[in-house]
Design a protein around this ligand. Structure first.
Ligand SMILES: Cc1cc2nc3c(=O)[nH]c(=O)nc-3n(C[C@H](O)[C@H](O)[C@H](O)COP(=O)(O)OP(=O)(O)OC[C@H]3O[C@@H](n4cnc5c(N)ncnc54)[C@H](O)[C@@H]3O)c2cc1C
Length: 383
């Protein structure tokens, strides 16, 4: 694709956020859109994630958005002509400590008020849902049968193909290197020449602080390496995504039978994105996994990989127009849940940039909240 020299909206980042916004802009009549991705599409977190989609959250904003997002996932094949392999096998959160029970009770009450059918269940009931679980250390569990998993890659193909079909210029291997605000827009220097843009969307995920710096903005989000692995395929036996609140371990079984599991490991934070795999992760995840499901002790690991979580101080995203640079929009800080939120977030973001009303979630997620000191922390972060 040759690089357009002028555009209305220039999107930095060819991950699920950038491509989703591009699709929704085009769908709503804004066809003068360019997506610049410095590597191949989905090089970042979007091509490396675990595909979990859930309504079990601790803030009303996140619960309600995820209810809508899962509904949008169900309609994805019809709208974007591609199967995302949504399987609603539920999410089962396990608690080992009494303090976690109190947290679960509080969150379940809020989820139920929003219409999510999560239930607090006993360890024995958890074992009825997943008979292979070792439940002797558990105090209780939370189960929502409507949560699930998707296969991440078709999201990219669906958004990218349908955006391109509507005239969006998608340019992989094109890095944004310099941005000069001109008063009436921006001059953007890329690795393949200059583009003039009226508006810019920073959808560069864990690299978004670097991109924001190009226009003099200091963002508070930090990259955090998150590692994950997949095993040889096993005969299907595991319906829900299972997660331990205490350690952040999670695991599910893919449509092809592999066990996909991840957990966060301490890392040196120097502000740079790191995507190398470590033995330290392999030993930590293996120990935790076998403790809760001893049956998996003999399973063979096929591959492990890492990707960047884009971590904001309160665990919530950063969206909207940057107050100090008119025309420069942010869509970042999605930690470990940007994939599941992309269907709903990119729909409203695209509609907003095409002229519709400012979406309600722009308020709790506004970039100014950090300076104002009005943070509402999301508790249900996995990792
Ligand atoms: C291992 C792992 C497991 C996860 N599991 C889940 C899960 O189960 N469920 C869930 O919902 N979420 C999960 N996530 C989180 C989710 O993947 C992310 O929140 C989401 O993909 C973020 O999308 P994005 O488009 O904002 O960023 P990314 O996908 O990271 O895209 C940003 C893109 O910007 C590009 N870029 C950066 N700088 C420049 C530049 N200067 N010029 C041009 N392009 C640039 C990068 O190359 C990159 O491709 C997981 C993440 C990881 C790493």
């Amino acid at each position: 694709m040759s690089l357009p020299r002028e555009t209305d909206v220039l999107i930095v980042g060819g991950g699920v956020m950038g491509l989703g916004i591009a699709y929704h802009l085009a769908k709503n009549g804004v066809r003068d859109v360019v997506v610049l991705e410095r590597s191949y599409l989905n090089y970042g977190a979007s091509g490396r994630n675990g595909g979990g989609v859930r309504m079990q959250w601790s803030t009303e904003t996140n619960i309600r958005l995820m209810q809508e997002s899962i509904e949008l996932c169900k309609r994805f094949a019809g709208e974007l002509k591609i199967n995302i392999w949504l399987r609603q096998g539920g999410y089962l959160f396990l608690a080992r400590a009494e303090a976690e029970r109190a947290r679960m009770e509080r969150n379940i009450a809020l989820q139920n008020r929003c219409g999510v059918p999560t239930r607090l269940i006993s360890p024995a009931e958890a074992k009825r849902i997943v008979p292979e679980l070792e439940v002797s250390e558990l105090v209780c569990a939370a189960h929502n049968p409507r949560d699930g998993i998707v296969f991440p890659w078709p999201f990219l193909w669906g958004y990218a193909n349908q955006a391109a079909a509507r005239g969006v210029a998608i340019c992989p291997f094109t890095s944004v290197e310099r941005i000069v605000p001109t008063g009436a827009g921006f001059r953007v220097q890329t690795s393949r020449g200059e583009v003039r843009a009226q508006r810019i969307v920073n959808a560069a995920g864990a690299w978004s602080p670097e991109v924001a710096k190009l226009v003099g903005i200091e963002l508070p989000n930090r990259p955090h390496r998150h590692e994950i692995l997949s095993t040889e395929p096993l005969k299907p036996f595991l319906k829900p995504m299972v997660s331990l609140l205490s350690s952040g371990l999670y695991f599910s079984q893919s449509m092809r039978g592999e066990i996909v599991t991840g957990i966060s490991v301490e890392d040196h934070d120097d502000g740079h994105v790191k995507m190398g795999s470590r033995l330290q992760f392999l030993t930590k995840v293996a120990r935790e996994l076998v403790r809760v499901m001893p049956r998996l002790s003999q399973v063979k690991v096929l591959r492990q990989w890492a990707g960047p979580y884009d971590v904001s101080p309160d665990g919530n995203p950063i969206v909207g127009e940057a107050p100090s640079v008119p025309g420069f929009y942010l869509c970042c800080g999605f930690v470990g849940h940007g994939f599941m939120m992309a269907p709903v977030v990119t729909k409203y973001y695209g509609e907003f940039l095409a002229g519709s009303a400012r979406p309600a979630f722009f308020d709790p997620w506004r970039p100014t909240r950090f300076a104002e000191g009005t943070l509402v922390k999301e508790e249900m972060i996995l990792g």
